[in-house]
Design a protein. Structure first.
Length: 56
C-alpha cells in the first residue's frame, strides 16, 4: 500500500507540473491561470485527505 501511495504522489506531482506548463504556455489571463491552479491544487489536497483517512 505504501508503494502505491508513493507512485500516486509522483504521478500527481508530474500531472501538476505538466498542467502548470500547459497553463503558462497558453494565452490565458494571469488571474484565470491563478484561479485554475488554486482549484486544481485544492482538488489534489482533497484527494490526499480522502486517501489518508481511508488508510487510517
Amino acid at each position: 500500500m505504501r508503494l502505491g501511495f508513493g507512485v500516486l504522489i509522483v504521478g500527481v506531482c508530474f500531472l501538476c507540473g505538466w498542467i502548470m506548463v500547459m497553463l503558462l504556455s497558453s494565452g490565458l489571463p494571469i488571474m484565470l491561470k491563478m484561479g485554475l491552479f488554486i482549484i486544481f491544487f485544492g482538488f489534489i489536497l482533497l484527494v490526499f485527505e480522502r486517501l489518508s483517512n481511508r488508510n487510517n
